[in-house]
Design a protein around this ligand. Sequence first.
Ligand code: 5CA
Length: 436
Amino acid sequence: MRLSQYFMPTLRENPTEAQIVSHRLMLRAGMVRQASAGIYSWLPLGFRVLKKIEQIVREEQDRAGAQEMLMPTIQAADLWVESGRYDDYGKEMLRIKDRQDREMLYGPTNEELITDIFRNNIKSYKDLPKNLYHIQWKFRDEIRPRFGVMRGREFLMKDNYSFDLDDEAGRRSYNAMFVAYLRTFARMGLKPIPMAADTGPIGGDLSHEFIVLAETGESEVFYHKDFETFDALIENAGQDDLQSVVDHWTGLYAATDEKHDPAGCPVAAADLKSRRGIEVGHIFYFGDKYSKPLGAAVQGPDGEAVTVQMGSYGIGVSRLVGAIIEASHDEAGIIWPESVAPFKVGLLNLRVDDAACANACDDLYDKLSAAGIEVLYDDRDERAGAKFSTMDLIGLPWQTAIGPRGVKSGIVEVKNRATGERLELSPDDVLTRLAG
Ligand code: 5CA
């Protein structure tokens, strides 16, 4: 992509409405613009990151055996009356009337709708287990939307729902999601810490929040220091290993400030860490809380009707864009982990009015693109300093620059955004180096 043609409205000054660094940097890098309080438009650069995150979430859900589908954003109120949550949800739910005066709502979550689909279509224990997910916009009329996409009113969530014949199988589904979540966040360069959590309006008695550490996180969290040595990128945990992985990750103390009790804390002060964290995912096991009132039952092996056991699992896909920036930035801007970066490489032409320089850049751009590497090519007529600042701000993992001096000696300057390491390579070596 040539930057001269790309829609990326960067800002030089810090916008006054942004209180935290991710919000500031997302506005400055031209990733999002606010449409109204807590509601954002995703501009091309931000949308690319959102899609990358969504894809990692999707791959890990698929790997864990969940099946993707898509439910609507607008739901009928009837099902929520049936589950008993229509009144409980209060003002956070955006309620709408259609032209026939029917009560509708913009979905804040989908337990009712998926349970309705389940009860109408799945009748036998032979069709279990099932784990269904979608990645869809949600609306919650938060009292104080703030911190940009981190606490929005409209936000993108991956939510899935597991259906099992009995409690034991239900807990296995929960464990599979627990491990999938660890992998999902690790692949985005994050260090997740699962913490026992309250279940709030979703319900149930087993629940974990997945927290990533960041100085500007919304809540204070407490955890055993050994978590920092854990590797979340768990390979090939078979059905039997799932419980031991979960036991390993839940065996150490970790609690949000709501649950932490300094007097009763089992960890010695020297081993306890206190930091700030962001909740990027939340999983729940609630048994028959929805399946019972909504009558989601299957015919069991002995012919008797069995109410199914359910769990639900959420990931804040749009929140993750902000959370990753909170966890990975410096004074100059964003530092994207390669797996979610909008482009892998920035290519800077340091002298657009020099024909040899432009030719060398065009040539490298073509070769990188042909090798399937995503490149943002700064071919604008701008000062070199301004180009480097823009690249630092938008945080692409690699910067490659060609100026008149480099053209003469056949050299490309390469900088790694995360480490600051600088190399001087031939165009061919740049290709081999970045192709991996
Ligand atoms: N039904 C369950 C699981 S599917 C559920 O709704 N869980 S939740 O309320 O915890 O939300 C799941 C995830 O969505 C949260 O962990 C958080 O990462 C994200 N999220 C929740 N509220 C917001 C919000 N206002 N803005 C951005 N992300 C949010």
